[in-house]
Design a protein around this ligand. Sequence first.
Ligand code: HEC
Ligand code: HEC
Length: 281
Amino acid sequence: MKRLIKTLTCTVAALVATTAVYAGEDAVLMINEEITIPTTAPAPEGSPLTELLSGWKFRSGETQALQMDDFDNPSFIFIDKARDQWVKVDGTEGKSCASCHEDVESFKGLRTELPRWNETKGKMYAMENYINDCRTERMGAEAWKWSKGNMTGMTSLISLQSRGLPVAVKTDGPASTAYELGKKLYYTRVGQLDMACSNCHEDNYGVMIRADHLSQGQINGFPTYRLKNAKINSVQARFKGCMKNIRAEPFKEGSEEFTALELYVASRGNGLAVESPAVRN
Ligand code: HEC
Ligand code: HEC
């Protein structure tokens, strides 16, 4: 704790003189030696950022490389399991995902739009909400936990179908209330360290914090495999981790607050290409 505060203080002091320099600035994200995915994008109108930068750009060459080949990317072990799950009958209705959705490729583009307003339910929906509705209301199966392996494997498999497409969440109309809430949360200082998301990911991206290279905290690569915990991490699990690091009480996964924050953070990356499943440290 003391050490973290000290590091933060030093970091902030050092910042004044530091311009944003990130590792692998010129590196190109080419996957399987065939698909090139842009890792920068022009900032959307009204953005506080001058340019959008994928978190991939801030990682070391070694970590970057793991995302450049699907055979090296550990996410694909879990994605293969999700493919089995896709056709597995589960629940009282005797159905699998494939009984109704045929091919998972039909979900192409879905990742770019989520979270979004669900008119029928009258609330914001993340991908996890849709999947669990299908499980509980259509299959007669149990809901999956937000960040457990079967869920993160499935969200990765579905998100993979949108790889390379630009993030394009809607923030107006019925989504505007959630957008405003998410924005407020992003800029509100919380926790014992009294910091907001923006203090790190907007004011200080490009600098080192402990041994970690601060990024813009974009979510275009989620769900993301992390070397640190050797599993796939949901967006909201990542938010939880950042809140814990500043000694704040995190919101619950699936809560109105976190889904609003997910929408807001996604909108800060509107235009960045989907990289799911990304690899991070
Ligand atoms: C009994 C049929 C049925 C089964 C089984 C089923 N779904 Fe669905 N699913 C639907 C229908 C119908 C919708 C559309 C709901 C709507 O538009 O409001 C849907 C919507 C979705 C969506 C949101 C798509 C979108 O474009 O908004 C996702 C993601 C999804 N299902 C995933 C799954 C997964 C994963 C499974 C297996 C665990 C599954 N579904 C099982 C019928 C089913
Ligand atoms: C004390 C600084 C700090 C604060 C405050 C902070 N984070 Fe982070 N965050 C980090 C660090 C360090 C990492 C790992 C390196 C990186 O990707 O920036 C990280 C990573 C992330 C990532 C993963 C990015 C990627 O490309 O994989 C997301 C998303 C994120 N943070 C969101 C948030 C949100 C939302 C908040 C506010 C609730 C927040 N962070 C608050 C330090 C912070």
